[in-house]
Design a protein around this ligand. Structure first.
Ligand code: SF4
Length: 226
């Protein structure tokens, strides 16, 4: 089993629904504009902007960028305390109580998907109650990032076990895939030929970010049709 994601850039409209859903699902802190200007934005799913061509034939496009959950993640290799690792199902995870906040992993990540908690998390009155109880709130001084909504996987596994069956496609969806109104994000087991991500990941339109680094991202993009 190897969890992965396909993002179809032909379908993605750049609406940002996936970014909002990820923030809510994972209790990702809202950062003040002043802090964001200092590069302290907290986003597990970001929306990247790419400029193509030159004015007046300039084209601007946006695309979602979660953690790539690399098969060969550079971040796990540099962590001095093994607070970040790749699990047996291919998910790159963080162990928050173990993280000493050195940020080596942030420096090593070529996709800049990790965020550092500069402050103790705080909520405006009434907001704390809306936090997702299935996801821990990260303390000040640790690094965090997209987990492929691993807490949902855990729940889906427990549900399947209680029903005496194997996990089925669709039992487990990430919040971003579930929220995308254009159906541009497909999530599943890359090794299972009955999961939609399997044939999609082998599409002639399939491409990975910074492929030449040899990280083998498990997030695959489908290029737009010309
Ligand atoms: S910031 Fe935390 S997870 Fe990252 S390398 Fe340092 S100890 Fe490991």
């Amino acid at each position: 089993m190897k969890w992965g994601m396909v993002i179809d850039l032909q379908k993605c409209t750049g609406c940002g629904e996936c970014v909002a859903a990820c923030k809510l699902e994972n209790n990702v802190a809202i950062v003040e504009p002043k802090e964001a200007e200092m590069g302290r934005t907290m986003l597990w799913m970001d929306m990247l902007t790419v400029y193509e061509g030159e004015y007046p034939r300039l084209r601007v496009r946006q695309f979602p960028r979660p953690c790539m959950h690399c098969e060969h993640p550079p971040c796990t290799k540099v962590c001095p305390v093994r607070a970040t690792y790749k699990n047996e199902e291919g998910i790159v995870a963080q162990i928050y109580p173990q993280c000493i906040g050195c940020r080596y992993c942030m420096a090593a990540c070529p996709y800049t998907v990790k965020s550092f908690n500069w402050y103790k998390p705080e909520w405006a009155p009434g907001i704390r109650e809306t936090a997702n109880p299935d996801v821990s709130v990260r303390p000040v001084g640790v690094v965090e990032k997209c987990t492929f909504c691993v807490h949902r996987l855990q729940k889906a596994k427990e549900q399947a076990k209680s029903e005496g069956r194997n996990l089925r496609e669709g039992d487990f969806q990430t919040a971003c895939a579930e929220s995308c109104p254009a159906g541009a994000i497909v999530f599943g087991d890359l090794e299972n030929t009955s999961h939609r991500v399997n044939p999609l990941s082998r599409s002639p339109r399939a491409t990975r970010l910074l492929e030449d680094l040899g990280t083998e991202p498990k997030v695959i993009y489908l290029k737009e049709v010309d």
